[in-house]
Design a protein around this ligand. Structure first.
Ligand code: SF4
Length: 407
């Protein structure tokens, strides 16, 4: 089986006020023993999943978080050596995965870390910049001095020029259009090959949510935030980074192969606290894929494995922290829509038909007709264009209502 591998490193130097990802704040020095133990458990987790699932080829690796660069050069080398022994040399696939990404944050990035990555087969670095605006950073509790951002980007340009990605956030407090475009322009000057532009989401149960509710912090109103994001999108496209997914921008050759596995519903393993993986089990389809009890037909389904979001439980080796669910045909079809229409090329139509026994057009004909005639679909008509992507949630609602009658 071919699968991608996602590894979640659930540690950050300090929690950002807007973040609801699972990560716990640590001090890399004082909490060294915890980080060492985490690396041990992580390697065991990956080894066990590769074996249990029977992965024969790892198509991409993404070490995200959290803040993987907090592990430091020595621990990252341990992780990379382990992966090399299992993926490149250990008979799984027989070669280094073509795309191997590690996420970093400027405040914990140094030359040693980057050189370990480079020697260890990491082909791509993704750096969380978010904004160069000190007032915006302070308002959302984002760590890191501006000078460190510039230093980190200069290091990346030197070590990973031609293969690094960076993130920017729009809709921040104290941010107007000029400030956002200045952020993007500054970032582009360091030569990233891929950029992500996220519209700030106010998540409940975050410090930022409480600050906004108590009016300690003011966010741009939703219409202003949307205009900001669109201005950022247009600027990125004019700068040579075409939009290829809801929040991602890059020329065709620099798109994230790992994320395309998610958007096109491939199989991936997830290791580390809060990570989830999905393994697709291809079936043999019967009549239009619906009459799956007939003869010896089996239907395609998915197996989702989610690790409990708890570092304590993970490093204790507890085995009760894993949730395994089966995604039946209907759930998998909906998820294929959910993920596939985020991508500028839409879901993989051929794969969809082979997998589910019905073409996409036959399951949502009315929705596709309506959105095509509204000029919101591009290409061969099985993908939203950039105007359509702005209304992705409405499109998916229409699809799901229609799918409920056809699957
Ligand atoms: S660094 Fe990233 S993962 Fe960590 S708290 Fe901030 S946004 Fe969340």
């Amino acid at each position: 089986m071919r699968a991608a591998l996602y590894v979640h490193v659930p540690f950050c130097g300090k929690k950002c006020g807007y973040c609801d990802f699972y990560s716990v704040p640590v001090d890399a020095e004082a909490d060294g023993a915890l980080l060492d133990r985490f690396v041990e458990c992580l390697c065991r987790d990956v080894a066990s999943q590769l074996e249990t699932v029977g992965v024969t080829e790892v198509v991409s690796v993404y070490i995200g978080g959290g803040t993987p660069s907090l592990l430091g050069a020595r621990r990252m080398k341990d992780v990379l050596d382990f992966l090399a022994s299992r993926i490149a040399c250990g008979g799984v696939g027989g070669q280094v995965p073509p795309e191997f990404t590690v996420e970093v944050n400027p405040e914990s990035l140094d030359e040693d870390f980057l050189s370990v990555c480079k020697l260890g087969g990491v082909t791509r670095i993704s750096c969380g910049v978010q904004t160069f605006n000190a007032a915006s950073r302070l308002a959302v509790g984002r760590q890191g001095e501006i000078s460190r951002l510039h230093n980190a980007l200069a290091l990346l340009n030197e070590a990973y020029g031609g293969s690094f990605s960076a993130d920017i956030i729009s809709g921040l407090p104290c941010q107007d259009e000029a400030a956002l475009l200045r952020d993007i322009e500054t970032l582009v000057s360091y030569g990233p090959t891929h950029l992500s532009l996220y519209d700030l989401t106010l998540e409940k149960n975050t410090p930022l949510y409480r600050d906004v509710m108590s009016q300690t912090v003011t966010l741009p109103p939703p219409e202003t935030a949307e205009c900001l994001w669109i201005a950022g999108r247009d600027f990125l496209e004019a700068a040579g980074y075409p939009q290829y997914e809801v929040s991602n921008f890059a020329p065709v050759g620099n798109r994230s192969a790992h994320n395309i596995v998610y958007w096109r519903m491939g199989s991936w393993l997830g290791a580390g606290p809060s990570a989830s993986g999905t393994v697709i089990m291809e079936g043999v389809q019967g009549d239009a894929g619906k009459n799956t009890n007939a003869g010896n037909c089996t239907e395609t389904s998915g197996l989702r494995r989610t690790v409990k979001p708890c570092v304590k439980s993970y490093v204790s080796g507890a085995t009760d922290g894993i949730l395994v669910e089966t995604l039946d045909r209907a759930a998998l079809i909906k998820e294929t829509f959910l993920m596939g229409f985020r991508y500028i090329e839409g879901p993989d139509a051929e794969l969809f038909k082979n997998r589910f026994g019905s073409p996409i057009e036959s399951l949502v004909p009315e929705t596709l007709d309506r959105w095509r005639s509204d000029g919101k679909m591009g290409g061969a008509g099985l993908a939203l264009n950039r105007d359509g992507l702005l209304m992705l949630n409405r499109f998916l609602t229409d699809c799901f209502i229609e799918l409920d009658g056809t699957i």
